[in-house]
Write a protein that binds this ligand. Structure first.
Ligand SMILES: NC(=O)c1ccc[n+]([C@@H]2O[C@H](COP(=O)([O-])OP(=O)(O)OC[C@H]3O[C@@H](n4cnc5c(N)ncnc54)[C@H](O)[C@@H]3O)[C@@H](O)[C@H]2O)c1
Ligand SMILES: [Zn+2]
Ligand SMILES: [Zn+2]
Length: 396
């Protein structure tokens, strides 16, 4: 039996690399002959993991983390027909059966058959069906024929693996945020948050032809990272009104489209920029988006938050000024990104040199043993996307 090691959540603020079970083609009693075992080439740390690690969810101690996975198939179940041992594949973070009405409609983020508790599942995530995470050496991927994106040529893919590793989540997620905000040629866009999702969204806005992409955050290094590939930036530590800060860039106090790449751990603006205000991004994007505009909300909002700022926030109820959004006829789009809707086209954008997404989000490759430090540095606001290389397969 092979050995396996992975990153486990221990308690708020604490993760550790420990020996974990080698994956089986099963989840408890559920047989997964439609699944494969992957030898993981790259697996990224995500802001979504941080919500759990900060103790802001009901994640149990011992949960093996990791939903952003790329790897080689080393074993395939009896019912796998089309992907093969030896294929290098990207794993969408959403687990989807391919058989339910939502999957059939392309809504793979809310598959009905992979999580008894609610629609939607993911690897290594609280309330997401109990599937084992992939910040590890090996992982099992169910419904492999449906879920996996095979790279056309493994050697070519390994040469661009720092970019392709972002197809499992943040590149499609940022792109989805832009698409659902209605970004197109000539758009003026505000992206809240300059973490990896915000930066991936900003780069996606450029890919979609936006005229001006304005990124807001309160971390200087992350704002500098956004400027490195042509974004305008807004420092939210400043006291000025967001609308005035936007007017200083584009001449008017509003944008065509806005994307929330922050979520429920949002901090306030100006003198409140160290204080949590979970509804602030939702309210500010309604304020600054033109009447008739669309709001993309990939930033995560939860149904249970032990660290919520008040009783209501502890159950995910936030003070949103919906009357303003209604008056402006805003369209609002929330939820998990259905990765599969975008990953093939975005793979081609990478392979044919249309975007340098790894540079935009500043990928840094680290070993599995350095994952604990990666979590720590990411939590401190490093302007980096940490990619774990558990088998030392990625060339520097
Ligand atoms: N919908 C999906 O499918 C999906 C997928 C991946 C990640 N996410 C979510 O997207 C969000 C961003 O992920 P990430 O990895 O970039 O996380 P991150 O924590 O690294 O980035 C969030 C950034 O928002 C900034 N911020 C805080 N308050 C702000 C405010 N009021 N205005 C602007 N910026 C503010 C923070 O300083 C930080 O830089 C998270 O909530 C994550 O869970 C959703
Ligand atoms: Zn993620
Ligand atoms: Zn399904």
């Amino acid at each position: 039996m092979c050995q396996n090691h992975g990153v486990a959540y221990v308690s708020p603020g604490v993760v550790e690399v420990r020996e974990i079970e080698y994956p089986k083609l099963a989840l408890g009693n559920r047989k997964c002959e439609h699944g494969v075992i992957l030898k993981i080439v790259s697996t990224n740390i995500c802001g979504s993991d941080q919500h759990m690690v900060r103790g802001r969810t009901t994640a149990p101690s011992g949960l093996v983390l990791g939903h952003e996975i790329t790897g080689f198939i080393i074993e395939a179940g009896r019912d796998v027909e089309f992907v093969k041992v030896g294929d290098l594949v990207s794993v969408p973070f959403n687990i989807a059966c391919g058989r339910c009405r939502n999957c059939k409609a392309g809504q793979t983020g809310i598959c009905l058959n992979v999580n008894p508790a609610r629609p939607g599942a993911a690897y290594g995530y609280v309330d997401m069906g109990g599937w084992v995470g992939g910040q590890a050496e090996y992982v099992m991927v169910p419904y492999a024929d449906f879920n996996l994106l095979k790279f056309p040529d493994s050697d070519q893919a390994m040469a661009k693996i720092k970019d392709l590793t972002l197809l499992s989540d943040i590149f499609p997620t940022g792109f989805h945020g832009a698409v659902t905000a209605g970004v197109g040629p000539g758009s003026i866009v505000y992206v809240a948050g300059a973490g990896p999702v915000g930066l991936a969204c900003a780069a996606s806005c450029h890919l979609l032809g936006a005229a001006v992409v304005i990124v807001g955050d309160m971390i200087d290094e992350r704002l500098a990272q956004a400027r490195s590939f042509g974004c305008e930036t807004i420092d939210l530590k400043q006291e000025a009104d967001l609308a005035d800060q936007i007017a200083a860039i584009v001449g008017v106090p509003e944008v065509d489209c806005a994307v929330d790449c922050v979520g429920f751990e949002a901090k306030g603006h100006g003198h409140d920029s160290t204080q949590e205000q979970p509804a602030t991004v939702l309210n500010s994007i309604m304020e600054i988006t033109r009447a008739g505009g669309q709001l993309g909300i990939p930033g995560l909002y939860v149904t249970g938050d032990p660290g919520g700022v008040d009783e209501a926030a502890k159950t995910g109820s936030l003070k949103i000024r919906i009357g303003l959004g209604w008056a402006k006829s805003h369209s609002i789009h929330t939820g998990q990104c259905p990765v599969m809707k975008y990953h093939r086209q975005l793979m081609n954008a990478i392979l044919y040199g249309k975007i340098k997404i790894a540079d935009a989000v500043n990928v840094e490759v680290i070993s599995l043993k350095d994952a604990v430090k990666g979590y720590h540095d990411f939590d401190k606001g490093a302007a980096k996307k940490f990619v774990i290389d558990p088998h030392g397969m990625i060339a520097n």
